[in-house]
Each structure stands twice: as structure tokens, then as C-alpha cells.
Design a binder for this molecule. Structure first.
Ligand code: NCD
Length: 307
């Protein structure tokens, strides 16, 4: 049997995306008791070489909710990397301690590398500025639940589109579903050319903007992102674009479509003002919550367990 990994949206078929969304929906409608034996006896390793709250904790909560156990990499200053152990040796070891490896790493392509070393399934929980496919699946699930469909969505991606891996993955995944894209960013943080070339090949409509006011009236989804401070070459470079967008309640009310939704992969810094939280448009906390059924569905899928 071919090993199933979740590394990049480019490697996931449309049918598999739909299957995962469907499994997540089934899981949400199951009782705690029905779910607790699905992965009894399994072990899921979480290897986070970069900070994380939601992704790590929701993977761990998803694992525990299916009756499996979590094995977590010790804090980096206490693990054997300090002694000079190679990435490859670490993966070989952890592969024999667990059934699935969930990995986040600052280097683009690191999850792919791990999947080539490991005989056990590997799930990419974010590799540098490249991709974040499990975030994308929960973003799609949120759009499906909130809008009733993921087809023909008119979406604005706003903020750091250059370094933001969640945008790279979501723009590729939604491309299966006839979207209309607005990429809103300061010139220096616009969406990478490679992604635009792929969209051209697929005949996807897209527009580039510097201000979201230019498209806010027509969009269904406002996907805000954090300026990825940790990816900049210097503090000086970061300061040039810091706080470039701050969405407030009065930027939305009586302006956007009545049923528009605001999403954000979180964490936010200042790009969504807390005044937005109390509006009907704010769906980012629901979005974070959807991480649990989606990550449960992903774990079951890579372990070939059907519902
Ligand atoms: C995102 C990430 O790590 O790429 N966070 C997340 O996983 N929810 C977005 C971010 O850090 O800005």
C-alpha cells in the first residue's frame, strides 16, 4: 500500500479534499464515545521546530479525542539538536516511536524531506514560507460551513501574501472550485509570481490591489493574515510594512456584503481590531475550532481508517 502523507496541496486531489471535509462533518456529528476508540492504541508524534499554539494543540486534542496518544518533541533547547543530531536521524528515530509524524519546521521543503525518510505517514503542519495544507483544509471547511459551498467563492487575501504560507496553500486548493481572487498587499509583500503563473494556467480570475477598499463590496470572504515578522531580513524591513492594514468594525458595517465572513488563521497582532469580534462577520474563532474535526479526519485518512 502506498504511504499517505499530507505535504502539499499540489499533491492532494480534489476528491481527497472533499472526502476529508465530509469526514470532518461526520466526526462533528458523532458522540465523544463513538470517537474515542477510532485510534485506540495509536501514537501521534508532534515535532514543532517553530512556535505554535493552535496547530500543535488542535492536533494533540484531535489525537486524544480519537483515543490515541501524543508524543511531543522536547523543547528545542532540551532535545538532541543541541548535541548536533541531524534532521534525518531524528526523523528515523521518531518514525519507530509513532504511527504518524506531524511536523512544523522553518525550512521550506522540510516536511517533504521528512516524508522521504519516514516509512510512517508525515503531515506538514507548516514548512517555512511554503505551505500549510492542514490549515487550508480547515479554512475550506469553515467556508463550506459558513457559506454553504466552496464553489465560486469571491475571496480577498489581505496582508502578507509573500511569506504567508496559509495563503499559498489556500489559493492553490480553492483553485479547484472556480474562485475569483483579490490579492491585497503592499507591493513588497504581494503573492509570489509562481503562484500567479499557476493560476494563469488554470484560467483563474485574479486582481492585485494595495487597498482592500477596492474590492470589499463584492467579496464573500475576507481572509486577513499577519505580517510574518519572523521571515523578514531585518527589523527595519519589517517596520516599513508593520500595521499596514488594520480592519475595524466601521470598515465593514454598511459597506461589505451582509453575509460576508472574515477569516484569519491566527494569531493576530493588530490587523483585526477587536471591535470586529462582536460583528456577525467575524468567524476566525469558529475557524480555529474547526481545526479539531479536520485534523481528526486527516489523521484517520493517512492511517487508512474509514468512517
Ligand atoms: C499560521 C502559520 O503558522 O502559518 N498560523 C497557524 O498555523 N494558525 C499563520 C501565522 O503564523 O500567521
Amino acid at each position: 500500500m502506498i504511504k499517505k502523507d499530507i505535504i502539499s496541496i499540489d499533491e492532494i486531489e480534489k476528491e481527497d479534499i472533499l472526502e476529508i471535509l465530509n469526514m470532518a462533518d461526520k466526526l462533528e456529528n458523532m458522540s465523544r464515545e463513538e470517537k474515542i476508540n477510532l485510534l485506540k492504541g495509536y501514537i501521534v508524534s508532534t515535532l514543532f521546530f517553530e512556535p505554535s499554539t493552535r496547530t500543535k494543540m488542535s492536533f494533540e486534542s484531535a489525537t486524544i479525542g480519537l483515543g490515541a496518544n501524543v508524543l511531543s518533541l522536547p523543547p528545542l533547547d532540551q532535545s538532541s539538536f543541541q548535541k548536533g543530531e541531524s534532521f534525518s536521524d531524528t526523523i528515523k528515530m521518531i518514525e519507530s516511536y509513532s504511527d504518524v509524524i506531524v511536523i512544523r519546521h522553518p525550512q521550506n521543503g522540510s516536511a517533504k524531506e521528512a516524508s522521504l525518510i519516514s516509512k510512517k505517514p508525515v503531515i506538514n503542519a507548516g514548512d517555512g514560507t511554503n505551505q500549510h495544507p492542514t490549515q487550508t483544509l480547515l479554512d475550506l471547511y469553515t467556508i463550506l460551513k459558513e457559506k454553504g459551498s466552496i464553489n465560486n467563492i469571491n475571496i480577498a487575501f489581505v496582508g502578507d501574501l509573500k511569506y504567508g504560507r496559509t495563503v499559498h496553500s489556500l489559493a492553490k486548493a480553492l483553485a479547484y472550485f472556480n474562485p475569483n481572487y483579490h490579492f491585497v498587499a503592499p507591493h513588497s509583500l504581494q503573492i509570489p509570481k509562481e503562484i500567479l503563473l499557476e493560476l494563469d494556467k488554470l484560467n483563474i480570475n485574479y486582481y492585485l490591489h494595495e487597498n482592500y477598499e477596492e474590492c470589499i463590496k463584492e467579496i464573500d470572504v475576507f481572509y486577513m493574515t499577519r505580517i510574518q515578522k519572523e521571515r523578514f531580513e531585518s527589523e527595519k524591513e519589517y517596520n516599513k510594512v508593520k500595521s499596514c492594514y488594520i480592519l475595524k468594525k466601521n470598515n465593514l458595517e454598511n459597506i461589505c456584503k451582509d453575509d460576508m465572513i472574515v477569516l484569519h488563521p491566527l494569531p493576530r497582532v493588530d490587523e483585526i481590531d477587536i471591535s470586529v469580534d462582536e460583528t456577525k462577520y467575524a468567524k476566525y474563532f469558529e475557524q480555529a475550532k474547526n481545526g479539531i474535526p479536520i485534523r481528526q479526519a486527516i489523521l484517520l485518512k493517512v492511517l487508512n481508517i474509514n468512517l
